[in-house]
Write a protein that binds this ligand. Structure first.
Ligand code: C2E
Ligand code: MG
Ligand code: MG
Length: 732
């Protein structure tokens, strides 16, 4: 018995002393008992509640009555758990967790309902706000949307107030971000307003760096400017608090508006504290995002705008220009032979060069002009309010500035650039078209006879481009469907009167245009990226033909195939050559690969390695069009070549020009001293042949002996005494 008493005493001790609110109701859900914890939490005593339906007393404007009625139906009383917004005696909202247990009699009917209520307001606010806000941040919701979400959530938790968030920029100007329930006109009026001691609740709070309380908007001087915007909506009081970044700088303000003249309750202040923290987090994140955006719109190397940023800005400028109808120029600039700098001087030097070029561009343009790096060694300059004449002058000025000598780590370079210009609105009205057309003009400038310089876009270019595209397609078909042939031009050894070899030259018959000269379709294939395929085809076709000649007993000592740089960049070239030689029963000495001098200037270490591997195999390498490029002797002797082809321009001028004769002498001597065979190209006349013979040139090729001819024609040429004729001409 004594034990029972003790248990009873302890039980009542728990009930009396706990901070939880305990309520006991009868089967009609009317209150029989509340503990002191209940009184402390809600303010009601047992006297206030005794015999009342607790629900009626605790529910308020934002209580979910439906949920409550559902669990408190006297007809089906049972245990339940619920989280609910209830109100204290003084009307303060409280998020409450309710755990209710039905106590049943022997017949299973509920006689009592024992409820334990605890205040979960803070946890709830935190949980809801934090969860929602962080979730939105993770989803990268725009800042205004996220702030709206926070406001809406707060207004749901504390429906008796409205809230707003403003951002304060680095110039101290306010930018309303959210205020979902506030009059729109208030936000509009505040946009761009400076913060200050008299700048309304929010502007003042941001200015002072501490909360500002206005309990009566109607009479407070702080609201003189804007009161008319909020009073009609029934807003009477405002409490505003600065939002600070982690370094203490004010970056925004958070405000709560009330429909009564009042101060915020401790509950409101707790709520505000949570909100301000979340807002600070979001505003700081937004600043970081903007900073990142700014960083990503700049080219890290040169500090110029990158392609995206340049286009962005150009779109804005274009919008302005199109209104005023002012012309504008778009310049595409590209450095000549930049790749070579990268490859020979290293990437650090290449980077330094790009930085220097960017600096020169910046120094050349006006402050309203836009300068950007499109990528690699391509730059663009956009000149708003610029006539054709001004654009031409600007291009000249840029070319001049860019071509000034540049010293990088002891090497002095002479940069050169090609510039293409497109004019708004004549050459295009949107930035993509303008950039594209400027680029087309640039390509023309670069490929023109005088490499470099500036070109304006014109309709003809576009027309030519269209034609080129059509021609490219036709060539692609030709290459695939056997529309290309190889012709072979004899090369004669004057001393022995024998066939030194043949050069394989590609021929293309266009279905409509007829024969298209290689000088036209080879560059086309280069531009269209078909040149490697063309090279593969020529190589395999020439080897096949050689095999066939050999089997037919026709003595052709070697076949020379013209190759482009890209073919030597092809990793599989060495293996392919080996395979073709083997499958056609040829040896490496049967094949010569011709490359141009200019190609070697652009040669990368990989290309050089391929050349060495080919030479190692025994394949002959020949330098075509020799004398037209820039070869220095020191460079030449390091190359794994066997042969030089004296360019036909020297041969052509031999009779007229003393210079051509001197240069020919020199080239023949270079050949001698480097132990290279020299093949003289383009010999057309007996005089030329004689002048060459006098200078000791022994291998000749030209119309005088034989034109490039189909494979079967070569057999007839040989049997018809083509070689003898050659010997006669040469006076052997
Ligand atoms: P190239 O390699 O210097 O070829 C010599 C060019 O001179 C040929 O022009 C040939 O027909 C021409 N020629 C030969 N003898 C004489 C002559 O006595 N007088 C004159 N005026 N010209 C003569 P073609 O066949 O028009 O080829 C032009 C260029 O196209 C070639 O110059 C070569 O660089 C390129 N090419 C031709 N076929 C191929 C090929 O299969 N692949 C590659 N990559 N390029 C090729
Ligand atoms: Mg050639
Ligand atoms: Mg040549």
């Amino acid at each position: 018995m004594q034990d029972d008493d003790r248990t009873q005493a302890l039980a009542s001790l728990v009930v009396e002393q706990t901070d939880n609110a305990v309520v006991v109701c009868g089967p009609d859900v009317r209150v029989l008992y509340v503990n002191p914890g209940f009184t402390r939490l809600f303010g009601y005593t047992l006297d206030d509640l005794s015999g009342q339906r607790a629900v009626d007393m605790l529910a308020g404007p934002s209580t979910d009555r439906q949920a409550l009625d559902a669990v408190l139906d006297p007809a089906h009383l049972s245990s339940f758990r619920l989280e609910l917004l209830l109100y204290t005696r003084s009307g303060q909202p409280l998020w409450t967790s309710i755990v209710a247990n039905a106590v049943c009699n022997a017949a299973g009917k509920a006689e009592h309902l024992v409820g334990v209520l605890s205040d979960i307001t803070l946890t709830k606010m935190h949980e809801v706000l934090q969860h929602r806000a962080l979730d939105a941040m993770v989803r990268e919701l725009p800042v205004a949307e996220l702030m709206n979400l926070v406001c809406e959530e707060v207004e749901r938790i504390a429906p008796e107030m409205l809230c707003s968030v403003l951002a304060v920029d680095e110039h101290g100007l306010v930018h309303p971000l959210a205020g979902p329930s506030l009059p729109v006109s208030l936000g509009e009026a505040l946009e761009g307003e400076p913060i200050g001691p008299e700048a309304g609740s929010c502007g003042c709070a941001a200015w002072r760096g501490e909360p500002v309380e206005v309990t009566d908007i109607a009479s407070d001087a702080l609201w003189d400017q804007h009161r008319h915007l909020v009073l009609p909506s029934g807003l009477r009081a405002c409490w505003s608090c600065p939002i600070c970044a982690s370094d203490g700088k004010v970056i925004g303000s958070f405000a709560m508006y009330f429909r009564e003249r009042r101060s915020p309750s401790p509950f409101h202040l707790r709520l505000a504290e949570i909100c301000v923290r979340l807002c600070a987090l979001e505003l700081e994140r937004e600043r970081a995002r903007l900073r990142l955006e700014q960083l990503s719109s700049f080219d890290m190397l040169t500090g110029l705008a990158n392609r995206i940023a340049l286009k962005h800005r150009a779109i804005l400028v274009l919008a302005e220009q199109s209104q005023s109808g002012t012309p504008m120029a778009v310049l595409c600039i590209d450095l000549d032979r930049f790749k070579l700098v990268n490859e020979t001087q290293g990437h650090t030097a290449g980077d330094a060069m790009l930085r220097e070029i960017a600096g020169r561009l910046m120094r050349c343009v006006r402050s309203i002009d836009l300068t950007g790096r499109l990528g690699g060694d391509e730059f663009a300059v956009i000149l708003p309010a610029c006539s054709v004449q001004q654009a031409a002058t600007a291009a000249e000025r840029l070319l001049l500035a860019l071509s000034a000598p540049l010293t990088l780590e002891n090497v002095t370079l002479q940069p050169a650039a090609s510039i293409g210009v497109a004019m708004f609105p004549d050459d295009g009205t949107d930035i993509d078209t303008l950039l594209h057309h400027a680029d087309m003009a640039r390509v023309q400038a670069k490929s023109g006879t005088t490499r470099g310089g500036a070109r304006f876009f014109n309709e003809e270019m576009q027309q030519r481009t269209r034609e080129r595209v059509a021609l490219e397609a036709a060539l692609r078909h030709g290459l695939r469907d056997g529309g290309l042939r190889l012709h072979y031009q004899p090369q004669i050894d004057r001393r022995s009167g024998t066939l030194y070899g043949v050069e394989a030259l590609a021929r293309w018959i266009h279905p409509e245009l007829g024969e298209v000269p290689p000088a036209r379709f080879i560059p086309l294939a280069e531009e269209a990226g078909m040149v490697v395929d063309l090279g593969r085809w020529a190589l395999s076709e020439a080897c096949r033909q050689m095999g066939q000649w050999r089997r037919a007993g026709l003595h052709v000592a070697r076949v020379a195939v013209n190759m482009s740089t890209h073919s030597f960049q092809d990793e599989g070239l060495v293996a392919r050559v080996g395979g073709l030689l083997a499958s056609n029963g040829l040896t490496a000495a049967d094949l010569t690969l011709e490359m141009t001098e200019s190609m070697l200037l652009d040669a990368t270490p990989d290309v050089l390695a391929t050349l060495h591997a080919l030479r190692q195999m025994g394949v002959h390498l020949s330098l075509d069009d020799f004398g037209t490029g820039y070869s220095s002797l020191s460079y030449l002797h390091r190359l794994p070549i066997h042969e030089l082809k004296l360019d036909q321009s020297f041969v052509r001028d031999l009779t007229e020009s003393a210079t051509a004769r001197t240069l020919t002498n020199t080239i023949l001597r270079i050949g001698d001293s480097l132990k290279l065979t020299v093949v003289a190209e383009g010999v057309e006349t007996v005089e030329q042949a004689q002048l060459l013979a006098e200078r000791g040139s022994s291998i000749v090729q030209g119309y005088l002996y034989g034109r490039p001819m189909p494979a079967d024609a070569l057999a007839s040429w040989l049997s018809d005494g083509g070689l003898d004729q050659g010997a006669v001409v040469l006076g052997v």
